[in-house]
Design a protein. Structure first.
Lengths: 115, 115
């Protein structure tokens, strides 16, 4: 079975500082990896995804993530935090084969941005 | 184009009552997925439905829970005889086609509280 671990349930950064949200996964097959963001009282919105090809993936709002197979990691970064980035972020992985619609999520990381 | 709609947004039930959660997918989407987020946990897959068919209910509790997606109208997640452990956020997602290459679009969720 696949699993996702997000290190740090709460990360706090200053506006303009680097954002780094950590995600490690376990999978017996090549994974497809996702980062979702959830703003208060809204649904989850896809930030970016890795399927195949280039391991550095760029997403919306200036975020990017790098798939590192040797480290089983897919950490999310943004060079300079903005107040509007304050939200909860979820890393997710799908199973391979016929169940590739079934997302497995981490517990989420709440990002706060201080002025 | 309206996003995925869920209602009610908040639902309070007493132990033993029934809870009915509704999900209207995005226009043109015929695939619906339900996820549950227990407190301090990540979202967990419950069930995948197409119109009038349950494709995968491997994440559904064996008793008291059922789901449907009729030919007309929203998808319904039904919980009979609710218990305190059912208190959670229930998220619905939809996609035009299944598979990890097709993004799942999430609704804002229904927060169920069982007294």
């Amino acid at each position: 079975a696949q699993s996702v671990t997000q290190l740090g349930s709460h990360v706090s950064v200053s506006e303009g500082a680097l954002v780094l949200l950590r995600c490690n996964y376990s999978s017996s097959v090549p994974p497809y990896l996702f980062w979702y963001v959830q703003y208060p009282n809204q649904g989850l919105q896809l930030l970016l995804k890795y399927t195949t090809g280039a391991t550095l993936v760029k997403g919306i709002n200036g975020f990017e993530a790098e798939f590192k197979k040797s480290e089983t990691s897919f950490h999310l970064t943004k060079p300079s935090a903005h107040m509007s980035d304050a939200a909860e972020y979820f890393c997710a992985v799908t199973e391979g084969g016929g169940s590739n619609y079934k997302l497995t999520f981490g517990k989420g990381t709440l990002l706060t941005v201080n002025p | 184009n309206a996003g995925v709609m869920q209602n009610p947004r908040h639902l309070v039930r007493r132990r033993g009552q029934e809870a009915r959660l509704r999900c209207s997918p995005m226009k043109g989407h015929s695939h619906v997925y339900w996820y549950r987020q227990l407190p301090e946990e990540g979202l967990k897959f419950m069930v995948y439905l197409q119109k009038e068919n349950i494709i995968d209910e491997s994440g559904m509790p064996k008793e008291r829970f059922s789901a449907e997606f009729p030919k007309e109208g929203p998808s319904i997640l039904r919980i009979q005889q609710v218990v305190r452990g059912d208190s959670a956020a229930y998220f619905c997602a939809s996609s035009p086609r299944p598979g990890q290459n097709n993004e799942q679009f999430f609704g804002p969720g229904t927060r169920l509280t069982v007294l």
